[in-house]
Design a protein around this ligand. Structure first.
Ligand code: AP5
Length: 221
């Protein structure tokens, strides 16, 4: 399986992607997480990505494609993969196709999550994430047992710098202009595009995701 998770910031791609990875054993490859890891490690990629991310802009395609190529090579041709936050531009989608052709693969499906903008803004403002184990929380919808501390590993939780209101506005605009057109791109390229309503409690979105995957691919997760 090569499944793309597509949708605006805060819609729940990371939440549903982590659940899919836990349940189905597929590997979640989240470019946002990989970039944040590169920043924490102080790598060249992390330094180059920092200014783009802090302003809510996309990191240049060539950096992202090099990163994804390296990860796909590490995982090998048989890995079942969920791509979370990639591709985000038509150039990235075409670059992905070219990478996959090399290993005789293609994108199996695109799962699109959507929710109204005010819901996205509230989710993002309440998000807290664990820098150690990547667990996600939300002060409004899914708070940790002890404020500011990860239930899973005890690390201090972070409020992402790009989750400030001004940056969120930019990220939403960038999504509508550069990433949303990919839905049409994949429909035109005969990939299975599955629309799931993300404006529901997490468990209901999860049920919608499972039903969509069962109906499209016959897989039970
Ligand atoms: P990235 O980290 O990919 O961020 P994003 O796409 O903006 O998405 P988010 O992580 O904000 O949201 P999500 O949909 O995963 O929601 P989540 O599950 O966390 O990218 C960050 C930056 O990196 C980009 O701006 C760009 O600069 C750069 N970048 C990354 N990839 C790139 C690429 N391919 N090309 C170029 N640049 C790239 O949920 C949000 C919150 O809501 C959480 O608190 C969660 O607990 C809660 N929640 C989730 N679902 C529900 C629900 N159903 N009900 C209530 N609460 C919910």
């Amino acid at each position: 399986m090569m499944l793309i998770l597509l949708g605006p910031p805060g819609v729940g791609k990371g939440t549903q992607g982590a659940r899919l990875a836990d349940t189905a054993g597929w590997v979640r490859l989240g470019t946002g997480d990989l970039l944040r890891e590169a920043r924490r490690d102080g790598t060249e990629l992390g330094k180059k990505a920092q200014a783009y991310m802090d302003q809510g802009k996309l990191v240049p395609d060539e950096l992202i494609l090099a990163l994804v190529r390296r990860k796909l090579d590490e995982l090998g041709p048989d890995a079942e993969i969920i791509l979370d936050g990639f591709p985000r531009t038509v150039v990235q989608a075409e670059g992905l196709d070219a990478l996959l052709v090399e290993s005789g693969r293609s994108v199996d499906g695109v799962l699109v999550l959507e929710a109204p903008e005010e819901v996205l803004v509230k989710r993002i403002s309440g998000r807290r994430s664990c820098p150690e184990c990547q667990a996600l929380y939300n002060v409004y919808f899914d708070a940790p047992a002890t404020e500011g501390i990860c239930d899973a590993c005890g690390a201090s939780l972070l409020h992402r710098k790009d989750d400030q209101p001004g940056t969120v506005k930019n990220r939403l605009e960038v999504y509508r202009e550069q990433t949303e057109p990919l839905i049409r791109h994949y429909e035109d390229h005969s990939a299975k595009v599955l629309q799931v309503d993300g404006d529901r409690p997490m468990d209901e979105v999860w049920t919608g995701t499972r039903v969509a995957l069962r109906e499209a691919f016959g897989v039970e997760v």
